[in-house]
Design a protein around this ligand. Structure first.
Ligand SMILES: [Zn+2]
Length: 138
């Protein structure tokens, strides 16, 4: 690694650093967490070493800061709330347009977030009608 690493953010909690790291990695930016072990071993060292540092390559600093200053990770993504799709899709049973496409299994996403530290999307591919409760393909 010839490129210099620049600290773009510091966190008092390792988990916060990991949330930001996941966010940057989802945008294709390679990043590193420094001093995490010191902070985990002895939390009051956190102040002494300046917290958990999030570092990126010098050439990625500008983009990384832009991404970090965007809106925080979508709550919808984390909780896996069903998203409403485009207009023009109707329930085959009752004809209602109140249909939702459930992208992620809420529980699995949350479990993976707890266990692996990332909200891994488990695709369910199921339509749900709000009117009659139909579930399945459209
Ligand atoms: Zn329906």
């Amino acid at each position: 690694m010839s490129e210099k690493l620049i600290t773009i953010a510091t966190f008092s909690q390792a988990i916060e650093a990991h949330v930001s790291k996941t966010k940057l990695e989802s945008e294709g930016i390679i990043c590193f967490i420094a001093d995490e072990n010191i902070v985990n071993m002895n939390w009051f060292y956190s102040n002494a070493v300046g917290g958990v540092k999030l570092q990126v390559k010098e050439s990625d600093v500008k983009r990384a800061l832009e991404i970090l200053h965007q809106k925080p990770i979508s709550v919808d993504f984390v909780t896996g709330e069903a998203e409403k799709e485009d207009e023009g899709i109707f329930c085959p049973k009752c004809g209602s347009s109140e249909v939702y496409y459930e992208k992620f299994s809420r529980r699995l996403v949350f479990a993976s977030w707890l266990l692996l530290g990332i909200p891994f999307p488990f695709f369910k591919k199921k339509w749900i009608c709000k009117q009659c409760g139909y579930e399945g393909k459209i």
